[in-house]
Ligand binder design. Structure first.
Ligand code: PL4
Length: 401
């Protein structure tokens, strides 16, 4: 019989988010009377906004006309969209052909791992979005499970003790480092000085930074960088993944992008850009044309205004959750420039706190330990939810926890 891919056997546990869904369903089955509210998975809840919705509808409508129909498009995305992304998010610093449109940041993170293969040394912020680690294990770079983490992964703690910024002396030489800012799950945002130090260290060590900016549009402090490409020297050492999911509610529509600068090179001298182009044209067939028309609408002035209003709305939810945790005397960070709050429950196991909040308040959260060893003792609260649900969840937390 055919042998199983050994990398799959290395994955010890199920993926975090389906596990949370499973526990929620189990609780709901045992308590059919409970009205469960989710502050767990970071899934958008508000309807598409009018201008962006109209862009999608118009994109779909034109497919029903002889003149407007299009089949397969360029795998790299519509030229207009690549140009708009380069202009709007990168102020023209990145060329349109360095922008590769995708079906979302998560999918690109999986495909990016093909660039470096299974022999690369990988480091992650601890805690971090689980796809960086699980995807590395899938490609063979993670190694075997060793109790609290995978043997092939360097977990760089990002905690209150180091201002949620890793010890750069631990970056792997000639390896890969996943860095997410605004951070999922902590909500911490790296300062310009911190990112400058990161780029400097990466260049000295030959480390490639995969910078996940999926929450950049939640940054309100103008001093905080929204992209790694705001930092001098980053074109030689960084790739950026980004997404339309959280700024405009395209979690289900599916649209994102990755920027690969042409200066980024392998030890052999070839460009990473050429290989990424090859990968995209080989194992990806382009993002949906309808989704791309929606994306284009979001980058027009009316769309950008709606993007701002939508992200303001979720940040408003975050402020309510922060206030509720404050009333309870629970210390937390995040929520000001990110849609997540990271709450500390010292001396308690994350999954126990998750179960307690679910049982007492009928509120789903995400256990911090699911994001890495340094997440133990923490709970992540997501600010994605209808306003009335978030208000109700906050009331229950304050009254019952
Ligand atoms: C649940 C740092 C959420 N099923 O929608 P995408 O693919 O463009 O972006 C996914 C993504 C990329 N980068 C970061 C993210 O936090 C996310 C989405 N994360 C969460 O609750 O942590 C949704 C998780 C989804 C998933 O597995 O991504």
């Amino acid at each position: 019989m055919i042998k199983r891919n050994a990398c799959l056997s290395n994955l010890t546990a199920g993926y975090l988010f389906p596990e949370i869904g499973r526990r929620r369903r189990e609780f709901a089955a045992a308590h059919p009377e409970a009205r469960i509210i989710s502050l767990g998975i970071g899934n958008t809840t508000e309807p598409l906004t009018p201008h962006i919705d109209a862009g999608l509808v118009e994109g779909a409508r034109r497919l029903g006309t002889l003149e407007g129909y299009s089949g397969y498009g360029d795998e790299q995305g519509l030229t207009d969209l690549r140009e708009r992304i380069a202009a709007v998010f990168y102020d023209g610093k990145m060329a349109a052909d360095e922008v590769f449109v995708s079906d979302g940041a998560k999918c690109d993170i999986g495909r990016l791992q093909l660039l470096f293969g299974g022999n690369v040394e990988v480091a992650v912020q601890d805690p971090s979005y689980p796809v960086y680690v699980d995807g590395s294990v899938l490609i063979g770079a993670g190694g075997a499970w060793q109790g609290t983490g995978y043997a092939g992964i360097r977990y760089l703690p990002c905690t209150a003790a180091n201002d949620y910024f890793p010890d750069l002396a631990q970056l792997p030489t000639d390896g890969l480092f996943y860095f997410c800012s605004p951070n999922n799950p902590t909500g911490a945002v790296a300062s310009r000085a911190q990112l400058t130090a990161l780029v400097e260290a990466a260049r000295q060590r030959g480390t490639v930074i995969v910078f996940d900016a999926a929450y950049a549009e939640y940054i309100r402090d103008p001093a905080l960088p929204k992209s790694i490409f705001e930092i001098p020297g980053s074109r030689e050492c960084a790739i950026e993944v980004n997404s339309f999911s959280k700024p405009i509610g395209f979690t289900g529509v599916r649209l994102g992008w990755t920027v690969v600068p042409k200066e980024l090179k392998y030890a052999s001298g070839e460009t990473v850009w050429a290989d990424w182009n090859r990968i995209c044209t080989t194992v990806f067939n382009g993002a949906s044309n309808v989704a791309q028309y929606g994306g284009l609408a979001s980058l027009e002035p009316a769309g950008l205004k709606e993007m701002r209003e939508l992200t303001d709305f979720y940040l408003g939810n975050a402020a309510l959750i922060r206030a509720a945790l404050g009333e309870l005397g629970i210390s937390c960070i995040g929520g000001d420039n990110a849609p997540y709050l990271w709450a500390h429950f010292p001396g308690q196991a994350s999954w126990d706190v998750f179960a307690r909040i679910l049982e007492k308040c009928h509120v789903v959260t995400t256990p911090g330990s699911g994001f890495g060893p340094a997440g133990e003792g923490f709970i992540r609260f997501s600010a994605f939810g209808h306003r009335a649900d978030v208000e109700e969840a906050c009331r229950r937390l304050v009254e019952r926890l």
